[in-house]
Design a protein around this ligand. Sequence first.
Ligand code: ATP
Length: 262
Amino acid sequence: MRAIEAENLEIYYGEYKAIEGLTFYLEQGETLLLLGPNGAGKTTLLKVLAGFHTNYRGKVLIFGKRPDEAREFVAYVPQSFALNVRVPLSALEVVAMGALYRSGLAHLNIPPDVVRRAQEVLEFLGIGDVANEPFRNLSGGQKQRVLIARALISNPRILLLDEPLSALDPKARIDATAILSKIKDEMSITMVITTHDVNPLIEIGDKVMLIDRRLVAFGGPEEVLKDEVIAKVYGSASKTIRVGERLYCIIGDVHMPREVAP
Ligand SMILES: Nc1ncnc2c1ncn2[C@@H]1O[C@H](COP(=O)(O)OP(=O)(O)OP(=O)(O)O)[C@@H](O)[C@H]1O
């Protein structure tokens, strides 16, 4: 059974149609890179997959179930600035919240098995040493990992990540990409990752989907990341170039020396 299957999906806000024509699928363990300009509908699609937004028409199934009936399989990682930084919680408490929400416990009397599991997940993500630090004092990259740990503690089969690299500096981006690669390799979780910049993530993308309030292209990276495809959304000054085995996507104004210009 497929992890995600969508056919002619249209998503609405009231009567307003935000996206249409989405047909795509993802097998278990695959990673989808979801690209599109501002307002394309990336976050809206994640909200439907997470089962939060149910105003849609067409078909969308998560392991064969409607998203609002499949919430136990899915965890959502918001952009790191989305969590209220004034909340005086430690990193470990933020992670534990992921487990306590699921079990319906609203207080912070964290059972010892949840503390243990939260510590393990932080260690898996390479930040076991910040467990007792206040969340608000962490760097952007550490906060991002804590939010990923909060999602992983519920053992999801699908992880949805909204712009996981956007608020990070170049070094933290490299670290975050390595973490996502580790999750993919060692946990075989299905991931949907929204991004404006596909380049750091290309190697972990099994599928790429380009949307702009409709489906522009869906397929393997080589199929989607072509000049003529990305030009449909980003204009003819956008190119893909190959350096050795690797594809790079240059979006927008292309200023390259003549000798390397395609
Ligand atoms: N709560 C809402 N009510 C009405 N329209 C909305 C709402 N949220 C988003 N939209 C509209 O839906 C469309 C898709 O927005 P969405 O936030 O999903 O895009 P996005 O691709 O995630 O953009 P960004 O890259 O800027 O985060 C836009 O036209 C937006 O104005």
